[in-house]
Design a protein around this ligand. Structure first.
Ligand code: NDP
Length: 342
């Protein structure tokens, strides 16, 4: 471990992984959950996504203390040879449910050209890109949506209805890294709002309103008022779509029911997730290779003018973390070490 700046450390990934696992074990989580959750948390820190890195150890601990999450439940996978795979997470954290459902999803997509993985009854805290990358590693394109807690007002309103409702997409590419984007449909992700609250720093403008419906940059005021969607009515419509696809369509809760179930405990949202995957070889048929070539030509047209592809920042951070260790806020790491008993 080395000091990268006065308040940050560079921690080798294997050491970080060991401490995150120990901290998660200290919460009483079953070993399969510990392994699956640590993979997402260490990946978040490795890729310089602070709201989904080791900070999540603390929020998962809070969720465990709230007492509703099942620490041991083995997900139930239902795959009947159709294009639809259902996984009941049984009120445990989501990463293990995804990992258990992935092989059946890939199988379904190979068979039908398209496939859907509907995860239900999961406590969800993670970014979606680790799941998208895991699917795209099989040469598939993928799209994922999930609701959260009702913290976000619709365009034109000021009372929370939607969650921060992320949408993530991935496309396979030659070389080590795919094309991936993954963003909240709220103007700022909730994890980032919490990090502003912890740091006592203002939010960027236009992220939310206070309880009286007035624009505010105070993270505490916005937390008790409402966040805004990005992109006005367009982001609002996307957030609505996420509620329908990742909630109503798969027979699980929307963000409103998730927040009601939470009953003020401040635990991670509890709901479902819908993941769709597409096999370019199947859909493109004889023209699949040409489709892939056109996609690469389009990516070149983007980068040739100095614009960057989504996830490039993350992949650059990953390369650096693999070489030098992940950048970790020292105070936060001390909290994780204390939980790990180190
Ligand atoms: P960001 O706004 O940070 O990034 C959104 C996407 O845009 C990323 O793929 C990012 O790539 C890309 N991007 C950013 N800047 C540029 C640029 N200049 N040119 C091209 N691409 C760019 O994401 P959010 O803050 O909205 O969301 C953060 C995370 O929060 C997501 O991973 C999401 O899944 C997660 N989340 C999870 C929720 C849950 O309930 N589980 C709820 C809401 C959000 P790069 O990373 O390389 O910068």
């Amino acid at each position: 471990m080395s000091a990268a700046a006065s308040d940050t450390l560079r921690v080798p990934l294997d050491a970080l992984d060991e401490q995150v696992r120990a901290a998660l074990r200290s919460l009483g989580l079953g070993e399969a959950h510990v392994q699956a959750m640590a993979r997402t948390i260490v990946a978040g820190q490795r890729d310089a996504c602070p709201a989904h890195g080791i900070y999540r150890v603390l929020t998962c601990a809070h969720t465990v203390r709230a007492g509703k999450v099942d620490l041991q439940a083995e997900p139930l996978v239902e795959a009947d040879g159709s294009a639809v795979v259902r996984v009941d997470a049984r009120y445990a954290f989501s990463p293990l449910a995804f990992e258990r459902g992935l092989p059946a999803l890939v199988d379904a997509v190979r068979r039908h050209g398209v496939g859907a993985l509907a995860i239900r009854h999961c406590f969800h805290y993670s970014a979606l890109w680790p799941e998208i990358e895991a699917i795209v590693a099989h040469g598939l394109a993928a799209l994922a949506v999930t609701p959260s807690h009702a913290w976000v007002a619709p365009a034109g309103g000021h009372k929370p209805v939607f969650g921060t409702n992320p949408i993530a997409f991935g496309w396979p590419r030659p070389g080590p890294y795919p094309l991936v984007f993954d963003f909240a449909t709220s103007a700022i992700a909730r994890g980032d709002l919490e990090l502003h609250r912890r740091a006592g720093t203002p939010l960027p403008p236009d992220c939310g309103v206070d309880a009286q419906g007035q624009p505010s940059t105070d993270p505490i005021a916005v937390a008790s008022g409402a966040m805004r969607t990005f992109g006005g009515h367009k982001g609002s419509a996307l957030a609505l779509m996420v509620e329908l696809l990742g909630g109503a369509l798969i027979g699980d809760w929307t963000s409103r029911e998730s927040l009601a179930f939470d009953a003020g405990s401040g635990a991670a949202p509890c709901h479902g997730e819908l993941i769709l995957a597409f096999d370019p070889a199947h859909l493109g048929g004889a023209d699949a290779a040409e489709g892939a070539r056109r996609a690469e030509a389009m990516f070149d047209a983007i980068t040739a003018q100095g614009a960057r592809l989504p996830s490039q920042r993350r992949f650059d951070a990953r390369e650096r973390s693999l070489r030098e260790g992940a950048t970790v806020p020292a105070a936060l790491y001390r909290e994780v070490l204390a939980m790990a008993g180190a």
